[in-house]
Design a protein around this ligand. Structure first.
Ligand code: AHG
Ligand code: MN
Ligand code: MN
Ligand code: MN
Length: 338
């Protein structure tokens, strides 16, 4: 991992990626536009109460969640920024019942953009880190009319994925399939500057992230795995583990990309029909691509998340991701119990 002495801007990074043949001009423009929208969201988030953006919107989304004003605003910012550029065929979002087509007034492109406009929205009103997560797919060639089925591609088909974390500083973490790279927003310049190239997640860790309050609802393999972590030095794992849970996936994954760890949101018996809490298309797939590109692993307890064939746009999935060796142990316990 190397930190350049004179940071390069996202624009230059993307131009160089284009010259290297890793992206084409349309995908470069798309990523630039998403980054620009994230700057606008960062600005709105940082205004907080002064911008009148905190609190409930008074509406709900298709997932049955109450929307915050910032969930709705961030969704609008991303849609508005992307609809006129000519690089997209359509968008899908956690906050929209159906995918959104590009209005007829604008040209259409070859990409599909999927996003969680504001991740960790329960943290907004308490001034804790939130984020935006996005995933880019190629639209199948030769289609007459865009349909939901065109979005239902496994995560291995992603051509780019990233997240922005709105924390003490605003950071963009991006992969275009050639490593995972971190940019920090320079607010005076208005640019994202490369601050870490090729993030690497250590294979071993002593840190885990899970909502422990759900413990009584977990299935036996999850109970087994967590009890071993909690047993500490004298237990079967022979080391003490530390726990961290921000309750914003972006912030928890960002910590794991920075210093290792395992992030878990398992399926549980509270709602056995639900295959997990997190959304495959807006959260699990992009994060899995980012984590794998940084040398980590991501499964649903049975298979690699990126190989799951999606059946629904708002599909949920169990998530085990981060340091490779821990994800392997947790997945093995689940497979053994099948
Ligand atoms: P969102 O705010 O986009 O709906 O996502 C919230 C997700 C994720 O960010 C986080 O890891 C998890 O929900 C938090 O779950 P708990 O409320 O169970 O802690
Ligand atoms: Mn939500
Ligand atoms: Mn989310
Ligand atoms: Mn969200």
């Amino acid at each position: 991992m190397s930190t350049p002495t004179k940071p390069i801007a996202l624009t230059r990074f993307l131009i160089e990626a284009q010259r290297a043949g890793h992206i084409n001009p349309d995908l470069r423009l798309l990523i630039e536009v998403v980054a620009r929208a994230c700057k606008a969201i960062s600005h709105a988030v940082s205004k907080g109460a002064l911008g009148g953006v905190l609190g409930e919107a008074g509406t709900g989304n298709i997932q049955g969640e109450a929307q915050k004003k910032l969930d709705v605003l961030s969704n609008e910012i991303l849609l508005e920024a992307n609809e006129w550029g000519g690089h997209l065929a359509g968008c899908a979002s956690e906050e929209m019942d159906d995918f959104s087509k590009i209005p007829n007034a604008y040209p259409k492109g070859n990409y599909l953009l999927l996003f969680d406009p504001l991740d960790g929205s329960s943290n907004i009103d308490v001034n804790v880190s939130v984020g935006t997560i996005f995933s880019v797919l190629k639209c199948p060639d030769g289609i007459d009319e865009l349909k939901t089925e065109h979005f239902l591609q496994p995560g291995t088909q992603q051509v780019a994925a990233g997240y922005t974390v709105y924390g003490p500083s605003t950071m963009l973490v991006l992969t275009i399939g050639h490593g995972t790279h971190e940019f920090t927003l320079d607010r005076e310049l208005g640019s994202f500057l490369l601050t870490k190239r090729d993030l690497r997640i250590p294979a071993d860790t002593k840190e885990f992230a899970i909502n422990m309050s759900n413990q009584r609802h977990w299935f036996p393999p999850m109970q087994r795995y967590a009890s071993e972590l909690l047993a500490g030095k004298t237990g079967p794992r022979g080391k003490d583990f530390n726990m961290r849970w921000v309750a914003s996936m972006v912030a928890d994954v960002h910590r794991i990309l920075t210093r290792g760890g395992i992030f878990i949101y398992p399926r549980d018996q509270k709602d056995p029909d639900k295959p997990g809490r997190l959304r495959l298309m807006y959260e699990a797939n992009p994060m899995s691509f980012i984590v794998e590109q940084a040398g980590g692993a991501a499964t649903n307890g049975a298979q690699r998340i990126l190989e799951i064939q999606p059946e629904k746009l708002h599909q949920r999935v169990a998530v085990f991701l981060g340091s490779k060796n821990e994800v392997e142990v947790a997945t093995r316990y689940h497979l053994e119990a099948q």
